[in-house]
Unconditional design. Sequence first.
Length: 355
Amino acid sequence: MKNTNKLILLFFLLFAMSFISCENEPVDPDFLVEVPSACDKPTLFTVSSFINGNSVRIDWDKTSGEAWEIQYGIAGFELGTGTSVNFTISSNTIGGLVEGTAYEFYIRTKCSDNTYSAWVGPVAPGSISSECNSPTEVTAVRSQDDTSVATVAWLYDGTESTWQVEYGAAGFTIGTGISLFTYSPTTTVNNLIENVSYDFYVRSNCGATQSSDWVGPINIAAIGAPSTDDFYALINGFEFVDLTINVNPNALHNGVSSINIIASNINDDQIDINIDNDVVIGTEYFNTDPLTDKFRFIYFEPVPNEFQTDTNGSITITERTATRIKGKFYFNAINPNQPLELRNITEGTFDVAIP
């Protein structure tokens, strides 16, 4: 009976130990597969020189999140085989090190329980992470001679020498598309379907474990797809009709990335709306300060006779995808040469494709 009781006790001890984990245990490499996400990776990652011979201070720009993972080991170690430590905004040191040993440190943002940013590193004690710059001015153009072919190009400003392009049908989730790697800041994509709209993303690769943020989506419209764009406004009680609509998805407003919608009628009257890309769907924004507003209205009657917009206006984005934007707006506009000449733009709506 005594032996039986000992076996039962041993079983329960082993069972309990299986649920105990140590924060500083090596990480299973299977959990290090990078899943692209909207979670920002840390920047300005620094590791101090040794403190008291056995510790280092860790610093980084903590605006990327609220929780982070540090992994470190002997210089040259493979991610997933090092020691992992969970950090918060108040964490700043790692101890138990051996002075004179060459270490390397990595950091990534913990977005949620199972989602992380890309790793940043390696960084040795006494140094700071080098920046991996994102591509700029990314373009994607379908060939006029062969609509199954598109050219993707971009500019870069750094030491980046390899890039990754990922693409798929418009609206696809990064990580589920088709990936291409290139040593040149341009690449050709083949086998596109004519009546399918595609989104393209590009990022820089700065090492085996370091990449920039994704830039995109850059959209290529389907060929032959019927236009479903719609723009409506009531101006002093008259409908704004017989319109030509142009959309520029790569505009700027107060230095912020924005989308520009221009609607013109047969008289060359024009409504110009510039909307910051960081507006939140469902939130009503008001124009109260030109320097901080999330949007800008301009009214011409006709071009180039510009009416000045008043502060009495608002915009709400009701839907936004990679390929369409939909919203409603209103505003007042005053003729600077005739201060009593007022245009009330009411019941304004738009539902347009993003090229």
